[in-house]
Design a protein around this ligand. Sequence first.
Ligand code: TEU
Length: 542
Amino acid sequence: MLDKTQKNWWRQAVAYQIYPKSFQDTTGSGTGDLQGIIRRLDYLARLGVDVIWLSPVFASPQVDNGYDISDYRAIDPIYGSLSDMDTLIAGGKKRGIGIMLDLVLNHSSDQHRWFQAARTSRDDPYHDYYVWRDGKPGTPPNDMKASFGGSAWEWVPEVQQYYFHQFAPQQPDLNWENPRLRRELYDMILWWMDRGVEGFRLDVIDQIAKDPDKKITNNGPRLHEFLRELSAETFQKGCLVTVGEAWGADIPRARLYSNPDGSELSMVFQFEQIMLDQQPGKEKWDLQPLPFVELKKSFARWQQGLHGCGFNSLFLNNHDLPRTVSHWGSDGVWRVQSAKLLATMLHGMEGMPYIYQGEELGMTNISLPIEEYRDLESINMYQERKAAGYAEADIMNSLHAKSRDNARTPMQWDDSPNAGFTAGTPWLKVNPNYTDINAAQQVDDPDSVFSYYRQLIALRKSHPVLTEGDFTLLEPEHPKLFVYCRRNATCQLLVVCNFSDNETEWMLPDGWADAERLIGNYEPGPAGRLRPWEAMMLERPL
Ligand code: TEU
């Protein structure tokens, strides 16, 4: 177990993201719940993770699956109660697993009591907790668009003003310019810290300092000032791990966010690699083949750019992204090998790895008919593109590749009905491949994807070069191989990945023939070539 009284304990940690709606139902409601997570804590302890990032479980009308919070200090009844949360925190602590709550501080639900009051009168004390502009019905202040479609402005007749929302209209943006609002958020965070949570993930944190008059959404002028205040008033009073979601982060900004002096956050999620497969300047639905050489160079830039002066988060999957084994790997005959390869590639790097539920089983994307999608982003996109004249097949192709529901299908626990997720009707369809891909089949199988992740996590704890070594990209222009080297004061680590359905010719660099093999997804094979999706990590003393 990591000693979590040490500042920076998280530099050795591995996190696991739970999307509670889809993890484990214990009531037959068809929706996962906190008791379900408690029931599965031993599974997570067996995997070896140190932190659970829990997507929002606060009271919410669930327009955006909990990313629309109506009470930051209450648990939504669909998930359980505050006392369940206390039990979860305690059960996690006993196993060395900390709970990281997902705070949505950029916006609240329109059902939050602050917004309900704010919309009644311009003189209400809560009015200024949100972002309002004058205008006339039908003529919004400007043409800014919301992320989930439509205008970013919504008219409220009672106050004869528009409010600003970067996401759905039911997610009004909070006004961080207001010091009373900021204080109220800090007090809420301290309240959760007192209950024993060990970290926070901060939703779209780079969007809090918006300035709609200048059409600024992310990276607003006061962003880092707000973050330093937030951190000093809350996180720095404990030994927490914090990660901000920052789609707009570049390397210089990430150095500020994750400054080793602890003045802002532990790290951010940045999306440079994730966005490489969308056409530049277009939307995520406008696909282009993954530019592999660019992907490697991008990882290398971030590894080198933050080494010693910041900290990376390492992830390929989350609740907003397609399953990487389907998207970048090969989810047919090479599913197991490619899932292990992606894990090797990522877990060989410096930073904190985040495993998204089911990734450790090699769970895949799903192709649904339009009526079976549940995600508002997917449904809105379908309607907008239909209206704009896109071909049905193209829209469905984009959804199958990129819909957020790919990641949100229920966790596949075993081969019983509904994959052991629920005794009721699941809120989103279970992937029919659950009879072949499930936890029960994998936990005791030494060759499973699960066992491979377990070994990778254990290696991070026993081989300091993984957490502290520097990074050099080898074979930068090779179209199929991702090869890199890590080095600390005592040893060198070589990570080799063949991103291909075919064999690839390749010789180990000089001096590596007798190196110790730490892990690999095949038995050691003949020199001179790598098998389809073969991956390995080798170590040798300096
Ligand atoms: O996502 C941030 C965000 O910008 C998303 O709209 C993202 O671009 C999209 O999901 C990619 O498909 C965060 C949460 O992770 C997401 O689940 C929420 O819906 C969103 O914020 C609003 O809170």
